[in-house]
Design a protein around this ligand. Structure first.
Ligand code: PPS
Length: 288
C-alpha cells in the first residue's frame, strides 16, 4: 500500500484526499442530523481523538465495549470523512460524531435539528506544534518544512481546515444558544473528571461519581496511548509512521515553550491578536 499527499479544496479549505472525497463531502452536506446527535467539534489537533473516547462512555454510562472493540474512526466518525457512509447504520444511539468543519459548512439539517455540540478549543501555539509533528508522521500529508515555514502556513491558513482563528470565531458566533458548550483542551488536561462531569450535565446523563472517575481513568493520555482501538497502531506504517512521531505524542498543555523562539512567539502572538481584534470573545490563555 502506498499513500499520496493529494489535497482537495472545499469551499476555500484544504482537506487530505486520503480521508475525504467529493462524495464524502456531498454526503456530509446532505447528512440527516437527528435531534439526539452529539457533535464534538474541533480544529485539528485540539482533542478530537480524546472526545472519540470520552463521548461514547458518557452517552452509554461507562460501558467500555465500544472503546475496546471499535476503532475510533468508526466509533465516532468524522462528519466529513469517507468512513461515515460505511458505518452510519451501525452507530450506537444516541449517535456521537466529530467534525473539523467550520460552522459555515455544517449541513442544513444540523441547523434545524436540536443536536448538541461540544466545541473543544486548544491553545493555538500547542495546536501548531502538535500539527507540525503530525505532518511528519502522517505520510498522506505534505512535509511541513521547517518549523518557521510551517508557522507561516499555519498563520496564513494554508493548512488543513483553514485558519485557526476563523474556526474559533465561527463557532463562537453561532445561533445555537444552549445547544453548544465550550471547553478547552487545557481544562480537560487539568481536571478530566471535572470535564467529564460537565459533559454529563450538558448531555443530561446524570452519571454517578464512580462512573465519572472510571471514564476519566480510561480516557487518560496514558491509558489511551495503549488502546489499540484509539492509538492508530492499526493503521499501516505507510500512512502513519509512529517511529517519526507517535500520534500520542505528549498530551500536555504548554509544549510550545519547548519549540518557539522569542521572535516566533512575538510573530505568532501578533498575528493571532490581529485576527481576533474587535471580536466578541477573548482567549482563555495569555498569548505571551
Ligand atoms: S486530529 O488528528 O486532529 O484528530 O488530532 P486530535 O485528536 O485533535 O489532537 C491530537 C492531540 O491530542 C492529544 N491527546 C491527548 N492529550 C491529553 N490526553 C489525552 N487523553 C489525549 N488524547 C489525545 C495528542 O497527544 C495530540 O497532542 P500532542 O500535543 O501532539 O501530544
Amino acid at each position: 500500500m502506498t499513500s499520496s499527499t493529494e489535497y482537495i479544496q472545499y469551499h476555500g479549505i484544504l482537506l487530505p484526499l486520503e480521508a475525504h472525497s467529493k462524495e464524502s463531502l456531498e454526503y456530509a452536506e446532505n447528512f440527516s442530523v437527528k435531534d439526539t446527535d452529539v457533535f464534538a467539534v474541533t480544529y485539528p489537533k485540539s482533542g478530537t481523538i480524546w472526545m472519540q473516547e470520552i463521548l461514547p462512555l458518557v452517552l452509554n454510562g461507562g460501558d467500555l465495549t465500544p472503546i475496546q472493540t471499535i476503532p475510533n474512526w468508526d466509533r465516532v466518525p468524522w462528519l466529513e470523512e469517507k468512513r461515515l457512509a460505511l458505518v452510519v447504520d451501525q452507530l450506537a444511539s444516541p449517535r456521537a460524531l466529530v467534525t473539523h468543519f467550520p460552522y459555515r459548512l455544517m449541513p442544513p439539517s444540523f441547523h434545524t435539528s436540536k443536536a448538541k455540540v461540544i466545541y473543544v478549543m486548544r491553545n493555538p501555539k500547542d495546536v501548531m506544534v502538535s500539527s507540525y509533528f503530525f505532518h511528519q508522521m502522517a505520510e498522506f500529508l505534505e512535509d511541513p518544512g521547517t518549523f518557521d515555514e510551517f508557522m507561516d502556513k499555519f498563520l496564513e491558513g494554508r493548512v488543513l481546515f483553514g485558519k485557526w482563528t476563523d474556526h474559533v470565531k465561527g463557532w463562537r458566533d453561532t445561533q445555537l444558544g444552549d445547544r453548544i458548550m465550550y471547553i478547552t483542551y487545557e481544562e480537560m488536561a487539568k481536571d478530566l473528571p471535572a470535564a467529564v462531569r460537565r459533559f454529563s450535565d450538558f448531555l443530561g446523563r446524570n452519571l454517578s461519581e464512580e462512573v465519572i472517575q472510571k471514564i476519566a481513568e480510561h480516557c487518560s493520555f496514558k491509558t489511551m496511548k495503549t488502546n489499540k482501538m484509539s492509538n492508530f497502531s492499526l493503521v499501516p506504517k505507510e500512512y502513519m509512521n509512529h517511529d517519526k512521531s507517535p500520534f500520542f505524542r505528549k498530551g500536555v498543555a504548554g509544549d510550545w515553550e519547548n519549540h518557539f523562539s522569542s521572535e516566533q512567539l512575538a510573530r505568532f502572538t501578533s498575528a493571532i491578536r490581529k485576527e481576533l481584534e474587535g471580536g466578541s470573545f477573548s482567549l482563555p490563555w495569555s498569548m505571551d
